[in-house]
Design a binder for this molecule. Structure first.
Ligand SMILES: C[S@@+](CC[C@H](N)C(=O)[O-])C[C@H]1O[C@@H](n2cnc3c(N)ncnc32)[C@H](O)[C@@H]1O
Length: 290
């Protein structure tokens, strides 16, 4: 039986998972993070991962706010090993160095690969069930937390991973700049971000082109998305997501203390950016104290 009863102890929240009589704990740095657990909404993505790991053929159904169904890819891809990853991720992972923070780690496939190869890696995710699965799959360091709460309290990292389009977790240009400021403080002097995104302008789908047009009319970036996940009878809460072209990513990075060193690309729409720190510190406004 899986139990997932959060309890607050001192300044930490400890979430316990019991599965097949094994017990794990994931520590959340302060009580403020209790709110991130979205206990009012089902952990749809986590449940999809748990079922896929039990061998069920789960398909990822993403509903955009205009009711367009975005995808139908197998969730089992989040459980794959290195050899099955897209080439762009195989290449990207070789660029990780030092202490690594894998943001939105899911079932931990990238973190586990790095851990097996001797890296000090921490998997961070907002989904309690995803973190539970990471622990069961052997990931030693996990944090149950929203990207919004990342702070220096986790220590300094040399690499931040945002793979499988996880640059999208930055949601919009203003929030991205704020989070990049936090990443600046949470990384070493030679820190880097390895971030994957997809160019929204490569879409030829008429409904998607309409959606992008409406976005622009509402002063939103073309690739801003409001979506939710559907799985069996479960529906997640709506969440924001961002797809950017390479030029837009460069634009967002301006003034944050980060710059694209190079892009890795293996198909016409998905790419990975290797983002490095500028020598000169950015203005204080974009790097706030955490
Ligand atoms: C597309 S999956 C990618 C998983 C993993 N990186 C992989 O490639 O297998 C996105 C992950 O981000 C997590 N996530 C979504 N919103 C988040 C947030 N605000 N903070 C941290 N993680 C989040 C989801 O729970 C999910 O595990």
């Amino acid at each position: 039986m899986v139990t997932n009863k959060p309890s607050c102890i001192g300044q930490s929240l400890v979430v316990s998972f019991g599965l097949y009589r094994r017990r794990y704990e994931t520590r959340v740095p302060n009580l403020g993070e209790c709110a991130d657990m979205k206990r009012d909404h089902p952990d749809v993505f986590g449940q999809m991962l748990i079922d896929a790991s039990a061998g069920i053929d789960v398909r990822e159904i993403v509903e955009r706010e205009d009711h367009f169904l975005v995808s139908g890819l197998p969730v089992s891809r989040y459980l794959t090993s290195y050899k099955e990853w897209p080439l762009v991720q195989q290449k990207a992972i070789t660029l990780a160095k030092g202490r690594v923070l894998d943001i939105g780690c899911g079932a931990g496939r990238h973190s586990l690969y790095l851990q097996e190869n001797g890296f000090d890696v921490t998997g961070l995710d907002i989904s309690p069930k995803a973190i539970q699965l990471c622990r069961e799959r052997g990931l030693k360091k996990t944090v149950l937390m929203s990207i919004d709460r990342i702070s220096i309290s986790l220590g300094k990292f040399d690499t931040i991973l945002l793979l499988e389009n996880n640059f999208g977790l930055l949601e919009n240009s203003a929030k991205a700049k704020r989070l990049l400021g936090k990443f600046y403080l949470a990384t070493s002097e030679t820190g880097r971000i390895i971030a994957q995104s997809s160019d929204p302008y490569t879409s030829q789908d008429p409904d998607t082109l309409d959606y992008q047009k409406t976005n622009r009319a509402n002063n939103r970036m073309s690739g801003q998305l409001k979506m939710r996940l559907r799985y069996r009878r479960l529906i997640s809460s709506w969440f924001d997501y961002l797809l950017v072209s390479k030029g837009e990513m460069r634009e967002i990075l301006k003034g944050t203390g980060w710059k694209v060193r190079r892009f890795l690309e293996f198909d016409h729409w998905s790419y990975v950016a290797v983002i490095e720190k500028l020598q000169k510190k950015p203005a204080k406004s974009s790097v706030r104290q955490m």
